[in-house]
Design a protein around this ligand. Structure first.
Ligand SMILES: *[C@@H]1O[C@H](CO)[C@@H](O)[C@H](O)[C@H]1NC(C)=O
Ligand SMILES: *[C@@H]1O[C@H](CO)[C@@H](O)[C@H](O)[C@H]1NC(C)=O
Ligand SMILES: *[C@@H]1O[C@H](CO)[C@@H](O)[C@H](O)[C@H]1NC(C)=O
Length: 249
């Protein structure tokens, strides 16, 4: 009996160490982290899909998504079934997703940015053609206003003392508001179907080019006594270990 328990714990310990693709969330209520995401400091590359690197903020325990050009956003929620994440608080003034696996989930529009003297009352820029002033671009006595491309500047006389900065294509209305809750989707990899079936998603163990497959069970039956869970745990672990060694890329 006692030998059995020692064996069980030894085995459990050793397989837990090999099973390096499970990760705790950054905080108690932080989003669950699993494929296609990975915690880049704790998990090897095969645990996540390229471009889905997360990290935990050392100060706030927020879950951070690391995008190219040192852009970081806070991930507040991950909906694995719908392949949708909620983000906010970008450290970049304007989120450019062109080199990321993500797309804006909300409708996108084209905008022009204008830099105007802050002496012009904010009220002049209210109405359907204006989005939030871009606080992070403003300063030095200038206020940056964002105009949707739907209206000719000829009909907007308040712009006469403003300077046109540049155009921005295909972003949602809230893209200039760092406090807004933005939603991003990812078209690839398609893991939503695995999630809907209650399975994990991951790289195919015999894949040579990063194909993915569904496996295992996201919600294993409740743990019984060690006697009943023992064979189950072993089966599950050995499958993951196999997977790990079979995908060394
Ligand atoms: C934004 O501009 C691009 C290129 O000029 C154009 O193809 C697209 O249709 C525009 N989108 C909207 C919503 O106006
Ligand atoms: C994003 O960056 C790419 C180049 O890296 C550029 O071509 C594109 O216009 C940018 N998009 C926006 C919305 O600024
Ligand atoms: C991997 O194995 C599965 C069955 O085990 C097979 O259907 C699939 O075609 C294989 N893929 C590659 C890339 O060999």
């Amino acid at each position: 009996m006692s030998i059995f328990f020692i064996l069980f714990f030894l085995l459990h310990l050793s397989t837990s160490q090999l099973d390096d693709c499970t990760s705790a969330p950054c905080s108690k209520h932080g989003p669950t982290i699993r494929f296609p995401f990975r915690l880049k400091d704790n998990q090897p590359p095969h645990c996540g899909f390229p471009g889905f690197d997360l990290s935990c903020s050392p100060n706030t325990a927020a879950t951070l998504l690391n995008l190219p050009y040192s852009v970081q956003v806070i991930v507040t929620n991950i909906d694995y079934k719908s392949q949708l994440i909620h983000i906010k608080g970008s450290n970049s003034c304007l989120l450019n997703l062109s080199t990321t696996p993500f797309q804006f989930a909300d409708s996108v529009y084209n905008f022009s940015l204008f830099s105007c003297p802050s002496t012009i009352p904010v009220e002049s820029f209210e109405g359907p053609w204006w989005s939030t002033p871009a606080a992070c671009l403003s300063g030095d006595g200038q206020e940056v206003y964002v105009k949707s491309s739907g209206m000719s500047i000829c009909y907007l006389p308040q712009l006469i003392s403003c300077r046109k900065m540049y155009n921005v294509w295909s972003v949602p209305y809230d893209a200039f508001d760092q406090t807004a809750d933005l939603q991003l989707t990812w078209p690839q990899p398609v893991c939503g179907n695995c999630e809907a079936e209650g399975k994990f998603c991951g790289f195919m163990s015999n894949s040579t080019s990063g194909e993915i497959e569904c496996f295992g069970n996201l919600n294993p039956p409740k743990k019984g006594t060690p006697f009943s869970s023992f064979p189950f745990v072993c089966m599950l672990k050995s499958e993951k270990v196999k997977r790990k060694f079979a995908y060394p890329k």
